[in-house]
Design a protein around this ligand. Sequence first.
Ligand code: NAD
Length: 265
Amino acid sequence: MKDKRGVIMGVANDASIAWAVAEVVHKEGARLAFTYPNEAIYKRVSSLRDSLQAECPIIKCDVSEPGDIQQAFSRIKEQWGEIDFVLHAIAFSDRHQLTGRYVDTTRDNFLKTLDISCYSLTEICKEVSAIMPNGGSILALTYLGANRVIPHYNVMGVAKAALESSVRYLAADLGPQNIRVNAISSGTIRTAASSGIGDFHYIMSWNKNNSPLRRNVLPAEVGKSALYMLSDLSSAVTGDVHYVDCGYNIIGMKAVDAPDLIIND
Ligand code: NAD
């Protein structure tokens, strides 16, 4: 990654998966820019950036604000001219609808969840493709709830299914420019976003007891796989969803495995 330049989107604090990826690719020599959606997160991103002891631009980008994505990448273009990779580690849904039944999802929250967690990748790819003249790698984060029913994951599972499908369409569109688009499907990790999911601690302990490796994935392990996806190590890989979850996806938790979950709370 020496002298490769990339944008990390989705650091909220030092528990964020995006931060684990940033640490790994920074260690391998990459130059990084970070984005933040609001002032509270800016403060945390800026003190984490200081800990890297490197010049890293920090740029405002609330992906739900019209014009923010365009402005962010035009600032990156002004500073760097071109870039080599982007990490999209962004998701949002009303936490009150990440518990109970999917059927109760409101139209407002459905649209907001899909907009922030899925459509943003499409708009980002469009902007990024203009500043990747030599090709590059774009990586998103997804979860098994895209293709199996995971208790409480609800509309976020629908958004991740759309995100994974977007990854394939975007890979087809941008492949001729040698821009690769992939996703990592991470196992469960305790973060600000995941703490909003109902009974998350139960799902984590289920994974620990039932995944083939009998444990949960560590953030740094997602970081190592992201290094592969974001670098030339994966130069022939595009449109892929790569599972980094201790084998959890081959088992797959079902609601029936968790009879003590309160699904209708
Ligand atoms: P996190 O809370 O640290 O990161 C989520 C990020 O999304 C935050 O930085 C937040 O600021 C950002 N975000 C939300 N709304 C935004 C907006 N409008 N504009 C810009 N940014 C916005 O949690 P995380 O678990 O590290 O999540 C990162 C990604 O990993 C998400 O896509 C999540 O779905 C995915 N993921 C997480 C897990 C897990 O168990 N933690 C498992 C699989 C996939």
